[in-house]
Design a binder for this molecule. Structure first.
Ligand code: GDP
Length: 209
């Protein structure tokens, strides 16, 4: 398509992680298209491309979604490899999705993330269901402080704060020189055209120190 030919200054690989049902696919769809749909679950890692201009830079965002694989705990190092940004999503109406971020997902990030300075954003989703909320905003803030993440609450359904999630993450990446170098997979110019960066041996050196 003509979209894939668009010029850009940086390519960023962003990941969505978190328990099944927290709204990762909906968040991605909400950001990359204009409609909210009740998604039927699909299996297999997938990604979407979005071109944005932020901080004066033309960016090509390859945003990866687990698309159900997380249910089988089969996300592997290749999913995480070369990511500049990770969005850790929980559902503010389900406490287990919040505690699993610390118990499971944060550990997996430490294990597999190849960019040491990779930016993490904690996202509490489904704030439109305020009457069913069980995880307070304060708890989110405290978690983010402890794990060194950015933090936002949003609704993928009403689209409140959805753009802000991606913008905050990307602006922080742009503010982190080590994530913009050639050694990271923040590949400059049109090297990346048809497929997302993965299994690139040149990115694995980033975690060696
Ligand atoms: P995933 O498994 O993490 O990808 O979650 P999905 O995106 O498939 O969402 C799981 C369910 O939650 C679906 O029925 C969505 O329609 C619903 N959902 C996702 N985001 C929101 C939200 O912000 N508010 C509400 N009320 N429902 C949502």
């Amino acid at each position: 398509s003509s979209t894939s030919q668009q010029e850009f200054d940086y390519l960023f690989k962003l990941l969505l992680i978190g328990d099944s049902g927290v709204g990762k696919s909906t968040l991605l769809l909400s950001f990359t298209s204009d409609t909210f749909e009740d998604l039927s679950p699909t299996i297999g890692v997938d990604f979407k491309i979005k071109h944005v201009t932020l901080g004066g830079k033309k960016l090509k965002l390859a945003i990866w979604d687990t698309a159900g694989q997380e249910r089988f705990r089969t996300l592997t190092s290749s999913y995480y490899r070369g990511a500049q940004g990770i969005i850790m999503v929980y559902d503010v109406t389900r406490r287990d999705t919040f505690t699993n971020l610390a118990d499971i997902w944060a550990k997996e990030i430490d294990l597999y993330s190849t960019n040491q300075d990779c930016i993490k954003l904690l996202v509490g989703n489904k704030v439109d269901k305020e009457s069913e909320r069980v995880v307070s905003k304060k708890e989110g803030i405290d978690f983010a402080r402890e794990y060194g993440c950015l933090f936002l609450e949003c609704s993928a359904k009403t689209r409140v704060n959805v753009e802000q999630c991606f913008e905050e993450l990307v602006l922080k990446i742009l503010d982190t020189p080590s994530l913009l170098s050639e050694g990271s997979s923040g590949v400059k110019k049109n090297i990346f055209k048809e497929s997302p960066p993965q299994n690139d041996a040149s990115t694995t050196g980033c975690c060696s120190s």
